[in-house]
Design a protein around this ligand. Structure first.
Ligand SMILES: [Zn+2]
Length: 382
């Protein structure tokens, strides 16, 4: 089967409409924020024109996959890169939750083909939605760290093996390109620079141009063992768009952060930190977060996954932080360990699958829009 047949795409759209993406679009239009004329996060200008309308801007959509990851980058000119695909949905094979949400965001963003799909690692909250997604949106190129190293004997390993095997079946049946990358590689993306800094358990051997300083945060940052799971093997990316730097390490673990950050910080400061591992305590060490000193952090937590109080405090305490955003209220945490509601896309209660959208500019300025309220916060260039 060739992936992304027009027929399949149409079916996907029909499913989405039936699913009630219309209802969500309506809720996006109900906001009363300063951008209320723009109807929430969508471009609403028909297929492809949305991407064209953002000339000179990078759009990043944080899809709510309920504590998994799926992050869509749309570059000037419409080139697209998706990092991860959320979870599988066996209960709703014709209208799977996460794949449908990702496809709906692609549509809003004017993306009719995912040019590059990065699989950070093979846990089901990252690769699980992939087989269902490729039936809805065609993919040009799959990028991953190579073989799955997590066996069924590890806790949760059976679903990892199943997710990897389902992905291999997609690769075998598709005519899309497949690229295995390692630390130091640069992805074949035109309108932004995407450097691989971790993968398959390894990290870059020497610092990036922005890094290279001794990292003062290492001494006070606790030591933790590697997990021995696919998390340790996450592909990590430093994305540069003009003066804007974005870090996405997937679920890279605390121990592997140390290899990247101590004693020398190999990364340097970033503007945007896509919070590692949904804000769980086995990632996001002070050695990482204090050194990268993000201006904006976006956490893809679920209602009861990630958003850990200790992780929250590390991020909130970092020296340059102007704004932390959450995909969900962390329902197991108190109000002091959640950001204010305007910076949360999905509050406790019935879930609407609201998205956060970041707009990045070449001068290093950026804004974040809450898909729940339509309100936008601007962050000027430093
Ligand atoms: Zn995860």
């Amino acid at each position: 089967m060739r992936i992304g047949k027009p027929k399949m795409w149409s079916l996907g759209l029909a499913v989405l409409l039936a699913l009630g993406s219309v209802a969500r679009a309506q809720s996006m239009g109900e906001h009363r924020g300063p951008t209320s004329g723009s109807q929430g996060i969508g471009e609403h200008r028909g297929p492809n024109s949305g991407a064209r309308s953002g000339r000179g801007e990078l759009k990043v959509y944080f899809v709510d996959v309920e504590g998994g990851q799926s992050t869509l980058f749309v570059m000037p000119g419409g080139e697209s890169l998706l990092v991860d695909t959320g979870s599988p949905d066996s209960r709703n094979p014709t209208a799977p939750r996460d794949a449908s949400r990702i496809a709906a965001v692609c549509k809003l963003a004017g993306v009719t083909k995912i040019d590059n799909l990065v699989v950070t690692h093979y846990h089901s909250d990252h690769v699980g939605g992939l087989p269902q997604l490729v039936g809805m949106v065609p993919v040009g190129r799959f990028i991953d760290h190579g073989e799955n190293r997590e066996g069924a004997e590890v806790q949760g390993g059976a679903s990892t093996v199943a997710g990897y095997n389902a992905y291999q079946k997609v690769l075998a049946e598709s005519h899309a390109e497949h690229l295995v990358v390692k630390p130091g590689d640069v992805l074949p993306v035109k309108a932004m620079r995407v450097k691989v800094v971790s993968g398959d358990g390894e990290v870059i051997a020497s610092p990036l141009a922005a890094g290279g300083e001794q990292n003062a945060a290492c001494a006070a940052s606790a030591m933790k063992d590697a997990e021995g799971t696919e998390n340790d093997r996450s592909l990590g990316l430093v994305i540069t768009f003009g003066k804007l730097r974005i870090l996405d390490l997937g679920d890279l673990t605390w121990a592997k952060e140390r290899a990247l950050m101590c004693p020398v910080d190999k990364l340097g400061k970033v503007d945007v930190y896509i919070v590692s591992h949904h804000g769980l305590v086995n990632s996001g060490s002070p050695a990482l977060v204090d050194a990268i000193a993000p201006r904006v952090a976006i956490m893809d937590n679920g209602p009861r996954k990630g958003g850990a109080p200790a992780t929250f405090e590390t991020i909130e305490g970092s020296s340059r932080l102007k704004g932390l955003w959450q995909l969900h209220t962390a329902e197991g945490s108190d109000a002091k360990h959640n950001v204010a509601e305007p910076r949360i896309a999905n509050l406790a209660g019935p879930d609407a699958g609201n998205t956060l959208k970041l707009t990045g500019r070449l001068d290093g300025s950026l804004s974040v829009t809450n898909g729940r309220t339509g309100e936008t916060v601007e962050y000027p260039a430093p």
